[in-house]
Design a protein around this ligand. Structure first.
Ligand SMILES: Nc1ncnc2c1ncn2[C@@H]1O[C@H](COP(=O)(O)OP(=O)(O)O)[C@@H](O)[C@H]1O
Ligand SMILES: CC(=O)OP(=O)(O)O
Ligand SMILES: [Mg+2]
Length: 398
């Protein structure tokens, strides 16, 4: 069975076509820097053990435009890998917010689609792109089964003491105000890889997903026990354009003192804060360039970004009562050696000691970057949300 997977993130669209259950990739692609003037498309076709790569740079202002490029790459006569839409039996969609309603992989019916649309207000940077992906795929592959895999699903195992907020109880029961957690597909995928690598199913693992959106999860024996994103993907770590954790009083203050509306504050904290607010750049590669050129704001932003992660590591070691491995993943986590170095500095109390030479090596494989003497493993594990989504689809249909 051929499964096509669409993963729309806040700054990217990733897609992969797999032959399942063999997990054989037929083609894959990444559109990054969506919304910036120089979006980059990388499209790969795999055949007979070889990779055929096409790259292009063009301005893609939003996810809709990005998805149309994907359609072109897949179906255009001459270059397209898909000749007949009937070749695709299933389309798997990453959907970021599943709210209270969706805790498991779900076949997309018109009602499900409508509910995903209703959840847009809770994930304004994500659910619109996820929704557009569903609409595009329904047109392109009208006979395929469309399936949604939710970012929130893996975090459903959190105990109530971790997922509740200390607000009046009726807000939870009546309005679903609670911690949901996101990037679950990625945390699940890398936590399983780490436990297999350690050969320890009961391992205590902290997974750190650092992309444009960033989150951290505490995983014990394969189950999530706590995570940093909350009711929406705004909470927790400092991100590309999101503030992460902030005293809620700042919102009241901005409304009363600066006269901002709720919508303006939403845009401020979700789209204009984080690394962008601190440095003028949302892409970590540009922040690093500025830091290397001596920019004091970029220097401070890196310190803040890493310090926030360190504080969460401390609290999750407490929640887990121990730590077997720390895992870095996603765009920044996999590629930015400086971030990993800063996060692992002065953390010897937790048995964390990085080997700077191993940390500087570039590879797309799972690798260990702790020093030989360290008591806790530090791992880089490339995430593959698309493969995890394809596997979830196979499991649902079985
Ligand atoms: N070589 C690199 N060095 C540092 N950061 C990188 C590198 N490559 C990618 N990134 C960062 O990864 C981020 C995107 O990560 P990704 O996981 O693809 O994001 P998302 O899925 O949240 O859109 C970019 O914003 C960029 O900051
Ligand atoms: C939930 C989230 O922030 O996703 P992404 O990192 O893909 O933007
Ligand atoms: Mg992502």
């Amino acid at each position: 069975m051929n499964i096509f997977v669409i993963n729309a993130g806040s700054s990217s669209v990733k897609y992969q076509l797999f032959k399942m259950p063999a997990e054989k990739p037929i083609c894959s692609g990444l559109i990054e820097r969506i919304g910036l003037p120089d979006s980059i498309i990388t499209h790969k076709i795999f055949s007979n053990g070889e990779e055929n790569i096409t790259r292009a740079e063009l301005p893609l202002p939003d996810h809709q435009m990005a998805l149309l490029e994907v359609v072109k790459l897949l179906t255009e006569p001459g270059i397209g890998i898909i000749q007949d839409p009937a070749e695709i039996g299933v389309v798997g969609h990453r959907v970021v917010h599943g709210g209270e309603r969706f805790s498991e992989t779900t076949i997309i019916s018109p009602e499900v689609k409508e509910e995903i649309k209703q959840l847009i207000s809770l994930a304004p940077l994500h659910n619109p792109g996820n929704f557009q992906g569903i609409e595009v795929a329904e047109k392109l592959f009208p006979h395929a089964t469309q399936i949604a895999v939710f970012d929130t699903a893996f975090h459903q195992t959190m105990p109530e003491k971790a997922f509740r907020y200390a607000v009046p109880t009726n807000l939870y029961h009546e309005l679903g105000v609670r911690v949901y957690g996101f990037h679950g597909t990625s945390h699940k995928y890398v936590a399983e890889k780490a436990a297999n690598y350690l050969n320890k199913p009961e391992a205590k693992i902290i997974t750190i997903h650092l992309g444009n959106g960033c989150s951290i999860a505490a995983v014990k024996a394969g189950k999530c026990i706590d995570t940093s994103m909350g009711f929406t993907p705004l909470d927790g770590l400092i991100m590309g354009t999101r503030s992460g954790a902030i005293d809620a009083s700042v919102v009241f203050y901005l409304a009363s003192k600066a006269g901002l509306t709720v919508e303006q504050i939403d845009i401020l904290l979700n789209r204009k804060s984080g690394m962008l607010g601190l440095t003028g750049f949302s892409d970590m590669r540009e922040v690093q360039k500025a830091r290397d050129a001596g920019d004091a704001d970029a220097h401070l932003a890196y310190e803040m970004y890493a310090y926030r992660i360190q504080k969460y590591i401390g609290s999750y070691v407490a929640a887990l009562n121990g730590l077997d491995a720390l895992v870095f993943t996603a765009g920044v986590g996999e590629n930015d050696a400086l971030t990993r170095e800063l996060v692992c500095s002065n953390m010897t109390f937790f048995g964390l000691q990085i080997d700077l030479n191993k940390n500087a090596e570039r590879s797309s494989e799972l690798r260990e970057i702790n020093s030989d003497a360290a008591t806790t493993k530090i791992l880089i594990i490339p995430t593959n949300e698309e493969l995890e989504i394809a596997n979830q689809c196979v499991q649902l249909l079985a």
